[in-house]
Design a protein around this ligand. Structure first.
Ligand SMILES: [Zn+2]
Length: 360
């Protein structure tokens, strides 16, 4: 019998050629190992068992790659590998307290975008892997809001804030920013920081007058204002139902006013809102420029059917520069923008199914 050369593919790159002689040697070697193995099993000693136990002791933990990318909302698939592979392990995971990763139903999930470390321990062996959490991107051709994941809180006729909702980081507005007699007003720190920049720009460009006459209102305060407005109409002879309907044109029911969010401000140049503010230089400037400082005119004139609030050129809300610019350029009120954010989220979810996260 003629044994021809046999080719064995060892890996993608290497190909070994085994000659007939080498084949014979290999067969012999395999048989020899088997015999030794059988003999060892029969004559295994306590010392040998101890060595085997040591062989199975965990020496290291590795991950499938140095950096692992994950989309926000998805589970981190870290896939640790024990070294040696047959080592007995009892893993404990460790996440940083930066809020990027959270544990949900026993799974490690990316909660927000950013870079963090994920730790793992078994016995006295620990390892860490870099995690890059990314927001799901929109398809390149999308025109929907890129910051769809930064959800803006909205209070309106259908979204009610709870009575105990109080924003974080409320600060007292210094009296030199408020109108005479309107003292002790509060807004969130980021709103006030943005307002200072807005005020400075307005003053340097048109030397206008702009004073704050209303800012954060608690649920209880909004309740007082609404009841007062209803009483006012009733004292003019309206029925309770008519009075409530009329009051809603200008005053929100408690929980439905964005003044409770702490990022909403009413401004004035003469300490009142009883005039057509848009016809003043300050009102014009505000309408055209407030988005540059992260504010929106919350109740625009041409959106009354959507917001269900009469046009209020003095009522501004801080949303951040990116959101505000998108709304300004696309002529959207907040209700429309929030709807587009939801559409964008769906689009991003679909796109992510076909385009997994990459670490770069
Ligand atoms: Zn207002």
């Amino acid at each position: 019998m003629i044994i021809k050369d046999i080719t064995i593919k060892i890996s993608e790159e290497k190909t070994a050629v085994i000659t007939p002689l080498a084949v014979q040697r290999s067969i012999f070697a395999v048989i020899a190992v088997c015999v030794v193995a059988v003999l060892c099993r029969k004559t295994i000693s306590p010392g040998r068992a101890r060595i085997r136990e040591l062989d199975r002791k965990l020496q290291d933990i590795t991950f499938k790659s140095e950096k692992i990318a994950v989309y926000v909302g998805d589970e981190v698939e870290a896939e640790p590998t024990a070294v040696p592979k047959n080592a007995e392990v009892s893993y404990t995971w460790e996440i940083a307290d930066d809020g990027i990763l959270v544990v949900q139903n026993g799974r490690i999930v990316a909660e927000k975008g950013g870079r963090t470390l994920l730790g793992i321990t078994s016995g006295d062996i620990s390892a860490q892997v870099k995690i890059i959490a990314k927001y799901k991107p929109l398809p390149p051709e999308s025109t929907l809001p890129p910051l769809y994941y930064d959800k803006l809180l909205i209070a309106n006729y259908k979204n009610t804030l709870s009575a105990d909702y109080v924003p974080d980081h409320l600060i007292k507005i210094p009296d030199n920013y408020t109108a005479d007699g309107y003292y002790g007003l509060y807004v969130t720190k980021e709103t006030f920081d943005a307002y200072k920049a807005l005020y400075k720009a307005m003053y340097s460009e048109i030397k206008g007058r702009m004073h704050i006459i209303s800012a954060y209102r608690s649920y209880a305060r909004q309740s007082e204002l609404y009841n007062k407005a209803v009483q006012n109409y009733m004292s003019q002879g309206k029925t309770s139902t008519e009075a409530r309907a009329l009051a809603l044109n200008t005053t929100q029911t408690p929980g439905n006013s964005e003044h409770q969010l702490g990022n909403t401000i009413d401004v004035s140049n003469d300490n009142t809102t009883d005039h057509d503010y848009l016809q003043t230089p300050e009102g014009k400037w505000l309408a055209e420029n407030c988005y540059k400082y992260g504010f929106i005119i919350r109740y625009p004139a041409d959106k009354e059917d959507i917001t269900r609030i009469e046009y209020e050129p003095w009522h501004i809300r801080y949303v951040g520069v990116n959101h505000a610019a998108y709304m300004y350029v696309n002529d959207l009120c907040l209700e429309q923008y929030v709807d587009l954010q939801e559409q964008a989220e769906e689009e991003a979810n679909d796109y992510a199914l076909e385009n997994p996260a990459t670490p770069d």
